[in-house]
Design a protein around this ligand. Sequence first.
Ligand SMILES: CC(C)(COP(=O)(O)OP(=O)(O)OC[C@H]1O[C@@H](n2cnc3c(N)ncnc32)[C@H](O)[C@@H]1OP(=O)(O)O)[C@@H](O)C(=O)NCCC(=O)NCCS
Length: 144
Amino acid sequence: MTAIRAATADDAATLLTMMRELGDYQNQGGEVKVSLGRLAELLARPEVGYLIAEREGRAIGYVSWVERVSLWTGQEYLALDDLYVRAGERGEGVGEQLMRTLAEKAAGRVIRWEVAEANVPAQRFYRRIGATVFSKKICRWHVA
Ligand SMILES: CC(C)(COP(=O)(O)OP(=O)(O)OC[C@H]1O[C@@H](n2cnc3c(N)ncnc32)[C@H](O)[C@@H]1OP(=O)(O)O)[C@@H](O)C(=O)NCCC(=O)NCCS
């Protein structure tokens, strides 16, 4: 049986390992640069959320988000950061369970996130659970 619970700062090491696995899956392994100490700090912030999925005490996936506000609507929303289920545990409903538990936490607030154009299986999964998926360019500007 899969259990879903809110993560705490004590889960930082487990979460960092899974975040690196997701980075590798997306060929962005080098982008997960947060230190263990910094992640533990972030986990303690009220606007940061992580749900962890466990089976027989072993972590098998997670979903993470940050609470934000839309200045157009004036409404709070959840900016989903990562959704990840470990290889070997996929296709058994864990991803949907994580998303449904997140939706309960959202309590009517919209959930928004990004998915890579190339990640077609994940897009199919998001559509199947009822999300709207549309394309928009992402801009980043890092002025040295
Ligand atoms: C996308 C993901 C979170 C779905 O979790 P899951 O537990 O496999 O999902 P469920 O069992 O609830 O649903 C299975 C669906 O996920 C799809 N899926 C997406 N990627 C998959 C993968 N790598 N392996 C197996 N199934 C996958 C299945 O095709 C299935 O969709 P379908 O029913 O439309 O065919 C999970 O497959 C995963 O972690 N993939 C790799 C990381 C990733 O792409 N994360 C999303 C980044 S935006």
